[in-house]
Design a protein around this ligand. Structure first.
Ligand code: PGA
Length: 256
């Protein structure tokens, strides 16, 4: 089963508008040889999206994402951003359910599900994050947590919507800690997630869904992670903040 790799740069609350276009201008020449072998997505903070969008100038090979979106159309929702606003800026992807949104901002599986449905209805591709905490893993809860997050987060999606969704498996204990899951641990979790998807949407759909790994991905560990049969890409935080480092990750992902 061949699934096109997808590598995304989650800048989190880094790289403001004045730095975003410089980043992209340095980055683009470094991935020129990729030529569509891999989907690349840059996910800046909201306010840096206009500068990033302009610098990308509809570069076909590099997509633009947002880090969150409202589940509502418009109206009295102070501080929120709608799908249509993002689409005006040529945003094609949206990160949803990131563990930082779940843990620090109280997003529940139900809210994430509503956002996923809204994004899909308005043609934004979700990068839907799931992952267990260290306590959950140590307490033998790994599979139960992943199954719940997939089951509730993707509840009510059609087969087509499920296929469009990219899942990012990010063990919370590996995010920003320098502690990457071993490629065996990651593969095991990815294979389990795919089995949950198969139960929910059927094997054919599950085989098409791309599952990224996230959590301290670096140029040095990308190739080994990507060599695993169920790892189809990476969601990169810290190592995506430097154009050369992120370009190395993209290049390592396509030479698997
Ligand atoms: P990290 O973050 O690469 O800095 O661990 C990954 C993420 O949270 O998406």
């Amino acid at each position: 089963m061949s699934r096109k790799p997808i590598i995304a740069a989650n800048w989190k609350m880094n790289i403001g508008p004045s730095e975003a276009s410089g980043f992209i201008k340095s980055f683009l020449p470094l991935v020129e040889d990729i030529k569509g072998a891999c989907d690349i997505v840059i996910v800046p903070p909201f306010v840096s999206i206009p500068a990033a969008s302009e610098a990308l100038n509809s570069t076909a090979s590099v997509g633009l994402g947002a880090q969150n979106v409202s589940q509502y159309n418009n109206g009295a929702y102070t501080g929120e951003i709608s799908t249509l606003m993002l689409k005006e800026l040529f945003v094609g992807y949206v990160v949803l359910g990131h563990s930082e949104r779940r843990q620090l901002f109280g997003e529940t599986d139900e809210v994430i599900n509503a956002k996923l449905k809204k994004a899909l209805a308005d043609n934004l591709k979700p990068l839907f994050c799931i992952g267990e905490t260290l306590e959950e893993r140590d307490g033998g809860q790994l599979e139960a947590v992943l199954e719940r997050q997939v089951d509730k987060g993707m509840d009510g999606l059609t087969e087509e919507e499920a296929t469009t969704t990219v899942i990012a498996y990010e063990p919370v204990w590996a995010i920003g800690t320098g502690r990457t899951a071993t490629s065996e641990q990651a593969q095991e979790a990815h294979a389990f997630v795919r089995s949950v998807l198969a139960k929910k949407f059927g094997q054919a759909v599950a085989d098409k869904i791309r599952i990224q790994y996230g959590g301290s991905v670096k140029p040095e560990n990308t190739a080994e992670l990507m060599a695993q049969p169920d790892i189809d890409g990476a969601l990169v935080g810290g190592a995506s903040l430097d154009p050369a480092s992120f370009a190395k990750i993209v290049n390592a992902a396509v030479t698997r």
